[in-house]
Design a protein around this ligand. Structure first.
Ligand code: CA
Length: 358
């Protein structure tokens, strides 16, 4: 009840402020304010904002404390600067928190929602609510099921092709061990590797884990896993602790570290450097590869303490989300005036990856 009253007051305020900016609509302001909620809903139905006004864009982020997502967020904000009123919320890695933030944005009557799901499997709830309020949704980065996106004609997904990042890691592995036979420490012709996975159920993480090894094997590189797959939630510190433990149990038996992201790769390098490996200018080295091409990873690659990463172009992602959101807010086709294309699902746009080495 309190929430509803808040929304009513808020939408009333919005009408007041809109009216204040537009001299032609000053008549009837009081009446509109009294029925603010309905007015906002009616505007939403038209799917377009009046000329000279900028749209309200609601952005839900899975968590601010993620290096790659910060790049996307900054690029998105920069691309919308002056073109939209942006309200952005930090889901802090909690889907219940994000659901509450979604409710507030819908009650505010934003013109378009940009949603980076905490839990991609909860996307059907987002679609349901957005559909009921007739607000377009641009999902990005964390991918909902295709049938969920396809169930709403005003929903789209902007992401990457998760398998591609893994395949590029696989090609990097083959190149590394072909160019550096000395990386095969025990000389058995196989690569003894440790795998660091982002999350257990995240499709992006699963695909990177699977395709990196499959691709290396397809290239003719023999792969042998050491220990179990380490699930470290994309997190540097968790990966460092796990790597310390696995090194203590297997020192000298690990020839490669594959991480689903650079955050975890950097944690692994910290653990290695604690025991004298992968130190700048040092002579003991185990190749570590990640995904994202964060500044920390690029720095480590330049210093020679990390081998390679796969560039996930966060700026291109942020710019694409902004362009699609602005189109959606003005009621034109999602991809109008952009160079983006839909993939074969018909509901998703893919921003390509690229390998990044020294
Ligand atoms: Ca070996």
């Amino acid at each position: 009840m309190k929430k509803k009253l808040f929304a009513l007051v808020l939408s009333g305020l919005m009408v007041f402020s809109l009216a204040a900016c537009s001299s032609s609509s000053s008549e009837g302001t009081t009446e509109e304010a009294a029925t603010g909620e309905e007015t906002t809903a009616a505007e939403g139905e038209e799917g377009a904002t009046a000329e000279g006004e900028v749209p309200d864009v609601g952005v839900l982020i899975y968590k601010y404390d993620d290096t790659y997502i910060s790049t996307v967020r900054n690029a998105l904000e920069a691309a919308l600067d002056g073109k939209a009123n942006v309200s952005m919320q930090d889901g802090k890695g909690d889907q219940a928190t994000q659901n509450d933030q979604l409710d507030v944005m819908i009650s505010k009557g934003v013109d378009v929602l940009c949603v980076n799901m905490v839990d991609a499997q909860a996307a059907s709830g987002v679609v349901e609510k957005a559909k009921a309020a007739d607000i377009p949704v641009v999902f990005f980065n964390r991918e909902p099921a295709t049938d969920v996106i396809a169930s709403y004609d005003k929903a789209i997904f902007i992401g990457t092709n998760a398998a591609d990042a893994g395949k590029m890691q696989g090609d990097i592995i083959t190149d590394l061990f072909t160019e550096h036979p000395e990386y095969d420490l025990n000389g058995d012709g196989k690569v003894q590797y440790v795998m660091f996975q982002g999350e257990p159920d995240n499709p992006e993480a699963i695909a990177r884990t699977q395709y990196s090894v499959e691709q290396a094997v397809a290239n003719g590189t023999e792969m042998e896993q050491v220990g179990e797959t380490q699930v470290c939630n994309w997190d540097t510190e968790q990966a460092q602790k796990a790597m310390e433990a696995i090194l203590a149990a297997n020192e000298g038996k690990i020839e490669l570290v594959i991480a689903n992201n650079d955050g975890m790769a950097i944690g692994c390098i910290a653990a290695l450097s604690n025991i004298g490996y992968n130190v700048e200018g040092g002579d003991k080295f185990i190749p570590v590869i990640g995904v994202d091409a964060t500044d920390a990873a690029k720095d480590a690659i330049a210093k020679g303490t990390m081998s390679a990463t796969v560039l996930q172009d966060g700026e291109a992602m942020g710019q694409a989300v902004a362009a699609v959101a602005l189109n959606a807010a003005s009621g034109v086709d999602f991809l109008e005036g952009t160079e983006l294309t839909l993939d074969d699902t018909g509901v998703a746009v893919r921003i390509p990856y690229a390998p990044y080495t020294k």
